[in-house]
Design a protein around this ligand. Structure first.
Ligand SMILES: *Cc1c(COP(=O)(O)O)cnc(C)c1O
Length: 374
């Protein structure tokens, strides 16, 4: 089997883990937690990192930290993971969707302003599959309507966006008021399970720290004005995370190397679109995505089934948030239509994308796709 993903550990992971065991520091009180937070935040050029137990918790903590609460609306893409919608709902806020633009599968930023109401509190920019959202229009709408920008950067550690407005390359996760990262095992860097909220704002960081730790009052432990969660990260996870950050440039280089190989090979197959990258983007290719031309008469699901015979692991694209039974039953997004999202779901998939890929495996994948689409 060529797995769709497998993590790679190139550096000090074992040494740091041994240190945890040898010293007995395994909980969130251990010293690697702060070291990991500082090293990742400083990689992004930010002053605060607040680690949490997974990316979903990071999204919710980030929304809470910028003050999203009951009655607020948050604008986000229909093409995303349910974590984004769930986080909103758990805070009593209302998720509001926009469709994606067809080339990069990122949110269609031109649709955002038409969804702004007097209740809109934030825009959640979800950078998709390693490629940044076109942020300049997001900056403009946010400024005009006084909205917070929350980045879901779970798929883009190290990706960059060229902002005309600011005339600079900006790192994903450093462009808004707050950002959420995931360190799940298949992300660019991983801690098995894990996440982080990052920000340059002291107040936002304090709120995030409070929410992940049961909202203990800073001045009086065991006194609470609000309800939080135990979203804390362990020292064991942070030990792995620190070692991963130390080598992050190597991981990104590996992702880009295989992207170039895949791109060259897929460009020879008619009807296959391989992960386009806009001029304003430096992608980190979280996943190697392809979209099939409907003219081929083959849908993503068909191709995934056929590739299984070759023992090639694949995954489907996101299914739209407007097309989720659990949300429709709550009365959400009923009758709303997001055709570009539906199209991406129907024709998009990703092929093996692990850090440990070999040239031979990439050949096998591309040959099998070519054979099945002949
Ligand atoms: C992976 C991911 C998350 C959630 O991260 P977990 O660590 O799996 O909870 C959130 N948003 C996006 C866009 C993701 O890809």
């Amino acid at each position: 089997m060529i797995p769709v993903n497998e993590p790679l550990f190139l550096g000090n992971e074992k040494q740091y883990l041994n240190e945890c065991i040898d010293t007995g520091w395994v909980s969130s009180e251990g010293p690697f937690v702060k070291k990991f937070e500082q090293s990742f935040a400083s990689y992004l050029g930010l002053s605060h990192g607040v680690s949490v137990c997974n990316g979903t918790a990071a999204v919710e903590t980030a929304l809470y930290a910028v003050g999203v609460g009951p009655g607020d609306e948050v604008i986000m893409p229909s093409f995303t993971i349910i974590s984004c919608v769930a986080a909103c709902l758990r805070l009593g806020a209302k998720p509001v969707l926009v469709d994606i633009e067809p080339v990069t599968w990122n949110m269609d930023v031109r649709q955002i302003e038409s969804k702004v109401t007097k209740n809109t509190k934030a825009i959640m920019a979800v950078h998709i599959y390693g490629h940044p959202v076109d942020m300049d229009p997001v900056f403009e709408v946010a400024e005009k309507h006084n909205l917070k920008i929350v980045e879901d950067a779970a798929e883009v550690h190290g990706a960059e966006y060229y902002s005309q407005k600011k005339d600079a390359w900006l790192k994903c996760g450093s462009m808004g008021d707050v950002a959420a990262f995931s360190f799940y095992a298949n992300k660019i860097i991983n801690t098995g399970e894990g996440g982080m909220v990052v920000t340059r704002d002291d107040t936002v960081a304090k709120r995030a720290q409070s929410y992940r730790n049961l909202c203990f009052r800073a001045d009086k432990r065991f006194l609470h004005d609000e309800l939080g969660y135990n979203f804390r990260m362990t020292n064991l996870q942070a030990a792995v995370g620190l070692a991963q950050v130390e080598k992050i440039d190597s991981y990104i280089e590996i992702k880009r190397k295989w992207a170039d190989v895949y791109r060259a090979k897929f460009s020879k197959i008619e009807g296959v679109k391989f992960q386009p990258v806009k001029d304003y983007a430096r992608s980190v290719y979280w996943m190697y995505c392809i979209e099939l031309d409907p003219k081929l008469g083959v849908e993503a699901e068909d191709l995934m089934n056929r590739l299984r015979k070759y023992k090639i692991g694949t995954r489907p694209f996101f299914r739209g948030m407007h097309d989720q039974p659990v949300l429709n039953e709550m009365g959400l997004f009923v009758g709303e239509s997001y055709p570009m999202t539906d199209h991406a779901y129907k024709y998009g998939l990703y092929v093996p994308s692990g850090m440990a890929l070999t040239e031979k495996q990439v050949d096998v994948v591309c040959d099998a796709v070519a054979e099945e689409l002949k």
